[in-house]
Design a protein around this ligand. Sequence first.
Ligand SMILES: NC(=O)c1ccc[n+]([C@@H]2O[C@H](COP(=O)([O-])OP(=O)(O)OC[C@H]3O[C@@H](n4cnc5c(N)ncnc54)[C@H](OP(=O)(O)O)[C@@H]3O)[C@@H](O)[C@H]2O)c1
Length: 252
Amino acid sequence: MDDRLKGKSALVTGAGPGIGHAICLALAQAGATVTAVARNRENLERLAGAMPSGAHRCWSIDLETDAGCALLAERLREGEVPVIVVNNLHVPSPKTRLRNLSAEAFSSGFTANIDHLFFILEPVLAAQHAQGYGRWIGISSMAARAGMPGQGRYNAQKAAMEALLTTLAVEEGHHGVTANCVALGYMETPSVVARVPEAVRTKLAAANALGRGGTAAQVADAVLFLSSPGSAYITGQVLAVDGGASLAWNFK
Ligand SMILES: NC(=O)c1ccc[n+]([C@@H]2O[C@H](COP(=O)([O-])OP(=O)(O)OC[C@H]3O[C@@H](n4cnc5c(N)ncnc54)[C@H](OP(=O)(O)O)[C@@H]3O)[C@@H](O)[C@H]2O)c1
């Protein structure tokens, strides 16, 4: 039995189907008590039923609003405050080239994927300092560096999250706190399968060294490692989980 996270409390935001769900399962299976946050209640109920028994909490909260972020912080303060935070949240961005993006469309909600981190920062850091153990993990994308056309705002949002967590790594490292990101390539999640035409997905799957798309469980494995004591000397890093796609494009 994997008990690497026994006695640890973990928060996963963006805990809907796909990567968020897989991360919650992996952390719970390793012994963590998981607090999962997304909006869709049915998906959260499915997640609650799938996790091994424990004092897990599945909360439907809209983290795109300040009120939702404040509610999350308030609820966390009422119970066990997590020392592991996984930010998998992705509020969709407009899909358009930069030249067609208005200043308003660029800046409105630009920080929507990371705002909640500021609302919970103080109680989470207090718990991490008290336990001498803390993990911040951001689910990023190779898009943060690859300049994917037509998704400039998303690319910039992921880069901003990486910079934020790097800063946290430097500022909090002396307290046993690490902060890292995983930068994903093409992952075959329900949301991608629903949004991206099959022909495009076939091309994406071929455009990496392994010649296939990744799975949510493979992301969860990387996150589990970064959450666990075994990653104690790794901080401020961006780990590519992309089948080698960031090495070069057009493998075939
Ligand atoms: N799949 C890929 O190929 C790929 C590649 C690179 C990076 N990523 C990153 O991996 C992460 C997961 O991606 P995914 O493909 O599994 O699916 P996704 O649809 O991007 O996941 C987004 C998650 O955020 C939640 N969410 C969205 N708006 C929210 C809000 N206002 N308040 C609270 N929760 C909200 C969604 O649940 P609800 O709708 O229930 O709220 C869902 O669980 C994302 O951060 C994405 O950017 C994915």
